[in-house]
Design a protein around this ligand. Structure first.
Ligand code: ADP
Ligand code: MG
Length: 452
């Protein structure tokens, strides 16, 4: 067996152990370049691949090699840079290829029956510690809809992959062995509009009948139903009739059920009755994997230093990461030079300075919005519970995140005695340690404050 065949063996076995996206990212442009005594030398294109492969896959690769050829006892990764395709030297043929592939990418059609977009699949969904629970639950649901986790409730901030993951479940079911199952993706806005119009035209029975044959109902952004009493009532019946027939229900929201304001208790408890999983922010390494996966999907290429710069600096969410990448690819197509300086300029809108993300206005705005209040309500001199708690949270965050002094906080809240501010801070601080619900709320609020 020559080196190429040997490496092919490793690659074909590695595919079973890691996701397609990770595989494509870390094993692209790798090869065995030599065998020295009992050691195999593997070349990788850059320092990131080297680090990843030696930290995460060293053992597994060695095991496969050793199983194939017992004389192999050790491996070593060395960096062999690939010639960077500079945009200035890109031939018109290559530019055309980018254009075509981008076109190809956008050409995906939304299926009229299921409302699913085929571009959202498990194969191009990158998994990391920030989303692995949600991913695992989603896979389990796709394999056995209606029986594993029902409902599946996925929550997290905007642009973190909720829609992608839910649609991946739908696509897997619609294309796999279960393709006779009727899948339907509906945004909660559409659902509410449907219910409202059915009420108005007195056709609620027809509306419900249209949902009855669905085997897998995917409802995106269910927080939208908050405060809409009539819609909640009708939806409750729809939910029950599907649920009783073991039909799978998948929901997403920007927050967990117990933090959705003005959601009927009976719906809340239905939503909490299955599996609740969150998606959060990817770390730097995962951002890099995501960028590389997207590049491959688009059949494009960028210098490593540019990718690295984007992964370090665009942290808000995955949608922004993708937006930043697309912007750079357009500039590349226009033959603009690509280096850290030029990319910094291209991405000025995507990168926020750590100093201007959290400020007084942002905290007040975010807390009020989170609790479905108007900003001025937070300053109402009232003892109503719905206001007191959010006000205390706002005071707590001003202290904790911005290091405001207690008298300064008191001044902001209408010159109150500053012991009120101290009391609020201590109360929230203490509860934060004892009460998971509050901790979760604080985390979600902070996530929003810092995500721009
Ligand atoms: P949300 O519904 O949470 O607001 P989306 O599912 O719309 O977020 O994701 C925003 C964009 O980021 C989409 O283009 C999606 O494909 C991409 N994306 C999100 N999470 C991932 C992931 N884990 N791997 C690859 N792409 C992702
Ligand atoms: Mg979404």
């Amino acid at each position: 067996m020559n080196n190429t065949e040997l490496w092919q063996t490793v690659l074909s076995q590695m595919q079973f152990h890691i996701s397609k996206a990770n595989f494509a990212t870390w094993f692209q442009n790798t090869e065995i370049i030599s065998k020295e005594n009992e050691k195999i030398i593997i070349s990788v294109p850059n320092a990131f691949s080297k680090e990843w492969l030696s930290n995460k896959y060293n053992k597994l690769i060695l095991k496969i090699l050793h199983n194939t050829d017992e004389s192999i006892k050790d491996i070593e990764f060395i960096i062999k840079p690939q010639p960077i395709k500079n945009s200035l030297t890109k031939s018109s043929l290559e530019v055309k290829k980018i254009e075509e592939s981008q076109l190809k990418f956008e050409e995906f059609k939304i299926d009229k029956n299921t409302n699913l977009n085929p571009r959202y699949t498990f194969d191009n969904f990158v998994v990391g510690s920030f989303n692995e629970l949600a991913h695992a639950a989603a896979l389990a649901v796709a394999d056995n809809p209606g029986f594993n986790y029902n409902p599946l409730f996925i929550y997290g901030g905007t642009g973190l992959g909720k829609t992608h993951l839910m649609q991946a479940i739908g696509n897997k079911i619609a294309e796999g062995d279960l393709k006779n199952k009727k899948v339907k993706y509906i945004s909660s806005e559409k659902l509410v509009a449907g219910i409202v119009s059915a009420i108005r035209t007195n056709t609620m029975e027809n509306f419900k009948a249209s949902l009855a044959p669905i085997d897998v109902l995917i409802l995106d952004d269910i927080q939208f139903i908050a405060g809409k009493t009539k819609s909640q009532e009708e939806f409750f019946h729809v939910f029950n009739s599907l649920y009783e027939k073991n039909k799978q229900i998948i929901l997403s929201s920007d927050r967990p059920p117990n933090a959705i304001p003005e959601l009927e208790d009976r719906l809340k408890s239905r939503f909490e009755g299955g599996m609740i999983a969150d998606v959060s922010l990817p770390d730097y390494e995962t951002r890099l994997v995501i960028l590389k996966t997207k590049l491959q999907e688009k059949e494009a290429d960028l210098p490593e230093e540019v990718l690295n710069y984007v992964a370090i600096n665009v942290k808000k969410n995955i949608r922004e990461l993708e937006g930043a990448l697309n912007k750079i690819l357009v500039c590349q197509k226009l033959n603009q030079p690509l280096n850290i300086e030029s990319v910094k300029k291209m991405l000025s809108g995507f990168i926020s300075s750590p100093f201007d993300v959290a400020n007084y206005k942002k905290i007040i705005e975010t807390v009020a919005k989170f609790y479905n209040l108007e900003e001025k309500n937070l300053f109402d001199p009232t003892r109503r519970k719905e206001i007191v708690r959010p006000r205390q949270v706002a005071m707590f965050l001003l202290r904790r995140e911005l290091k405001y002094s207690f008298p300064a906080i008191a001044r902001k809240f209408g010159g109150k005695d500053h012991t009120t501010a101290i009391y609020a801070y201590k109360k929230i601080d203490k509860e934060n340690e004892e009460n998971n619900k509050l901790t979760e709320e604080l985390n979600l609020i902070k996530q929003r404050i810092y995500s721009g």
